[in-house]
Design a protein around this ligand. Sequence first.
Ligand code: ZN
Length: 291
Amino acid sequence: MTVQDWFEKRKEAQIQRRALEARVEIEANPDLWTKCVHCDAQLLKKDIEDNQMVCPVCDYHFRVNARKRIEQLFDEGSFEEYFSEIKPTDPLEFSDTEAYKDRLSAAQQKTGLDDAVVTGVAAIDGHKVATAVMDFDFMGGSMGSVVGEKVTRIIEKAIELRLPMLAITSSGGARMQESALSLMQMAKTSCACARLDEAGLLYINLITDPTFGGVTASFGTLGDIIVAEQGARVGFAGRRVIEQTIRQKLPSDFQTAEYLLKYGQVDVVSSRKDLKDTLSKILAMHEQGVQ
Ligand SMILES: [Zn+2]
C-alpha cells in the first residue's frame, strides 16, 4: 500500500464514521432533525428556523404560520391586534365526514388561533400599516365569515386611520363548511377594497404559498401593488382541474410567482429575506409621493 492509498483509505473511513455518527445523532434526537421536502437534505430544525424557515442548502421556502410571519416582517413589538373578539360559529350546523364545529376546535387547538386570519396595525421599518395575515395551518387558510369580516373591518380601520393596507394571503379558497356565507365574503371584501381605493389609500398584496380560489379572486389580488414571495403557488382553480378541463398539459412553472411575474399578474417577486426591505421601500416611496 502506498502512502497515498493509506491516506485515501483513512479519509474514506473518516467520512463513513462521520455519516454513522450523524445517523446515530438523528436517531437519538429525531425531534431536532427534519428533511428538506425539496432537496432531501437532513437538516437541524433550528438551522431552518434561524434562516427564516428557508432551507440553507437549496433556498426552498417552507410555509410560515401567521405568528411567525408577523415576527419576521414587522418591527419588534409593533403589532397591535384588532378584532380578536370575532369568533367563528356554525350557522349551518354543517357536517361532512366530521362536524364543522369539531374541525373548528381541532384547528383552534392546533394553531392557537380563533380562525384563519390575524388582523391589526403594525410597523415595517417605522412605516405604519393596517394588516391582515392569513394562516394556512387553520383549515387550509379557508375564508369563511370570520376571515371575511375581519379583513373587511381592518380595511375600514385603515380608511379611518388613513393608513396603507397590507394583506398577506395564504389560502386554499372559500370555506366549504360555510357554503354561500363563505362565498359572500368575496363580494364583501372586494367592496371594502373599492372603498379603500376611493379613499386614495395604498393597498399592497403579499401573496405567499399557496394562495388560491376565492381569496385570489377577491381581496388577495385587488392591491395597487402585488408582491409575491419566491416560490409561492398562486391561482384560482388548481392545476389538475385546469388540465382536465382544457385537456392540455400545462408548463411546469405554471401558477408559480415567477411565472405570474413573467406574464404581468404580479409586480415583484421577493425572497423571504428581502421581503421586509421590499415592503419598506414601497411604503417609503409611497409616503414621499403623498407628501
Ligand atoms: Zn432544501
